[in-house]
Write a protein that binds this ligand. Sequence first.
Ligand code: CA
Length: 480
Amino acid sequence: MKFSNRLKAISASIAALFSLTLITPVVADPPAKVSNGVMMQGFGWDSKAGGDKGNWYRNLEGKADDMKAIGIDFLWFPPVSRSVSDQGYLPGDYYDLGTAGNTTFYGDENSLKSALKTLNEKGIVPVADIVINHRCASHQDKNGIWNIYNFASGKAKWEQWAVCSGQFGGQGKPDTGDAFPPAPDIDHTNAQVREDIIEWMNWMKKLGFKAWRYDYVKGYAPKYNGEYDAGTSPLFSVGELWTNMGFSGSTLNNDQNFHRQQLCDWLDKNKSEVACVFDFTTKGILQVAVKGEYWRLKDSEGKPTGLIGWWPSRAVTFLDNHDTGSKQNHWPFPNNEVMQGYAYILTHPGIPCIFYEHVYDWKLKNEIKKLIDIRKANKINSTSKVEILKAENGLYAAVIDGKVAMKLGNKDWAPEGDAFKLAASGNNYAVWAKATKSSTRSSSVRSSSTSRSTSTTKKKTTTTQKKKTTTKKKTTTARR
Ligand SMILES: [Ca+2]
């Protein structure tokens, strides 16, 4: 190639690179408060306090100081609107939160408001469960179908036009996602429907909720979650996109990239800069790995195999929720290995969400708190950098941000260097840290220098791990 041509080629590629930089949208992330935070799901299935229904909000309020001491920053409430089913996932009148004489399963409007006030005062952000894929009607139409919404509140007064066509006599547009057969699916393409939802969510904000957990988001197009975030400005939101993982018979396939890609695609289409999504990929892989197959925790690029390996700033990690565990137990984390699971999610990137039942019913509070203390003392956050040192049968070992080392499995392993002190250990796990809460003078010097390195790491990773890979659909076995 002649020199002048070469020069042209080089300048063209520089120009291309430059224009690429210009047109590539900068993906913003949830604020530092979210990135540094720890969430708790504040209920399971059929959650009752003291054996009675109607006391749950009071129970949560009574634990506010304790939750603060554990290190909880965000508390996810059960769905608050009166529902056909006790647990709240078949809502009818969005504005009926229960009265003293006629409570919902969890309480009434006053006890809810009181709990929200107390939690906000303690600095714990209440997260509302937003169930808007489907809605149960108050009346039947002339054909006897339940699709007339005319509740006592007089709000969100809908009829067949608000229901997706093909469902419960719906005369709206076709569903933009999956249907939820037990109840009429809402037509989110309808502007009046969206306006009413945003009005209700802003009313919920006035009650004291500051963030959203969106139920069953595979039920409608992700752009609507983006629109609801835009109309309500939450601190952050998190979607429940629960889809099947890849199995061969009952064996989880090694490669679950298609699954975490689905989570990335949902975030991409959502467009809300504060949207997160539950990291079902990490849950599904981790709960198999903790039985000994730790090689599952490292991908071909040396990263974690869940969403946290690709888009950690938007990943909410968890072990179990009211569906997968609790009384339903649809897809539980192995009971005896739950602390291994917490040793992983509480030292790794992502926004960890711990489960109320593990803390208070399984009596794992002290063990879990110790891990949260380590996370916070070492400023581990959603975009912390993981260096995976071992991922083999019987052993997983990693160093996070150069400050926390951890291992899972029954093989021996310990980090090199005297700086790491054993900070927590239990059944098949150990965690070492450079900063521990109990250490005094020297640790404050250390943690101030490490906080600088954290912010450097964060800058590097915020432009982000979002991946576009070829999706290879393998035969999947239903796992819902
Ligand atoms: Ca739907």
